[in-house]
Design a protein around this ligand. Structure first.
Ligand SMILES: [Fe+2]
Length: 344
């Protein structure tokens, strides 16, 4: 069984990653945690910052009470800040916030205020440190992501197909395209580790078709591989039908219904993975408590489809599903960027 104790090699991995983010001696860097954080992650961040010669300080928020009977997982929307103005002001004064909250500040409502004075955010995904060690950020992958982002920004239409029957069309003009390189930079002031993918947030009314989840695809909210076939019909961004006789279709339908939020049925983001170090079979090696599943969001050649909040289409909600899919072909204006589940 893997233990979560301080290992020198994990301090070294954190140090390399934070140096890639531009942290140097004397920098005032916040380590943000919450009471339900994985304790070793802020500890490793703090030790690595000391090793660099930076000046870390730690902010630990009380994890908030649950607001629903549905367990919140895999949302990228930490609720730990709770609008706490003093904590926001402290974080905003830092050069970098190393975000070790359980869900991360990616879509948190306080994100803009924290970054208002120039602070960047480096989110450490809630993974066992071995996952982070295996998937250390790599500038070469960052360049591949940058190139992919440029292609997506220049394209008008994304089309996704698969042998299982996926046929999805996304109109791209106006849709923000986000690079997930694995480290912060001037052009990517928010980053997370592990990463290596492109995420596109379609504008309102731009997604039509069907997504067929097939065995071997993954549901990262449930941290499970699909073993059945489930068909999602999408009309004007919204999942209007979930077809499938199996347990997986029933569970997905049940949870989306229980959210009682119409936005939970809508498309959040689409994109594809570019990280050759990330493994499709990565979930098999760990217990659920050891991973957040971010590795599967990034494996090279996936198509990543997700439902839930999309601030760029004016939709906010709590429910969020990420589905990394295998074997798809992703085309931009008719040119494949992923062909049969492999980078083109
Ligand atoms: Fe997502």
């Amino acid at each position: 069984m893997l233990q979560e104790r301080i290992e020198h090699r994990w301090i070294a991995a954190f140090r390399r990653t934070l140096e890639l983010c531009g942290v140097g001696p004397g920098d005032e860097v916040a380590v943000l945690a919450e009471t339900q954080s994985r304790p070793i992650l802020p500890d490793l961040a703090e030790l690595a910052l000391h090793a660099i010669g930076a000046r870390p300080f730690r902010v630990t928020m009380p994890s908030p009470a649950v607001s629903t009977t549905i367990p919140l997982r895999s949302t990228g929307t930490s609720l730990a800040m709770g609008g706490h103005q003093a904590a926001i002001a402290g974080l905003a004064a830092a050069k970098l916030v190393v975000d070790c909250t359980a869900e991360g500040l990616l879509h948190a409502p306080e994100r803009a205020a924290i970054m208002a004075r120039g602070a960047r955010i480096m989110m450490i995904s809630n993974e066992h440190p071995e996952v982070l060690e295996r998937l250390q950020p790599d500038p070469a992958i960052g360049e591949a992501v940058r190139a992919a982002v440029a292609r997506a920004r220049a394209a008008k239409v994304m089309r996704v197909t698969s042998p299982a029957g996926t046929e999805l069309t996304v109109r791209l003009p106006g849709a923000p395209v986000r690079a997930a390189m694995g480290f912060t930079s001037a052009d990517a002031p928010v980053a997370y580790w592990p990463a290596g993918l492109v995420a596109i947030f379609p504008v309102a009314g731009s997604v039509e078709g069907q997504v067929v989840l097939a065995p071997g695809d993954a549901n990262l909210t449930f941290k499970e591989y699909c073993r059945e076939r489930t068909t999602l019909t999408i009309e004007r961004d919204r999942v209007t039908a979930i077809a499938g006789d199996g347990m997986e279709a029933a569970m997905l339908r049940r949870q989306l219904e229980d959210w009682e939020e119409p936005e939970a049925w809508c498309v959040s983001h689409v994109g594809w993975g570019l990280n050759p170090k990330a493994r499709w079979d990565g979930l098999m090696a760990y217990d659920k408590a050891q991973v957040n599943g971010t590795e599967l969001r990034a494996f090279a050649g996936n198509f990543l489809f997700s439902t839930g909040s999309n601030e760029h289409a004016g939709r906010f909600c709590r429910g969020h599903f990420d589905f990394p899919m295998r074997g798809c072909t992703v085309e931009l204006d008719g040119v494949a960027v992923v062909k049969d589940g492999r980078p083109a």
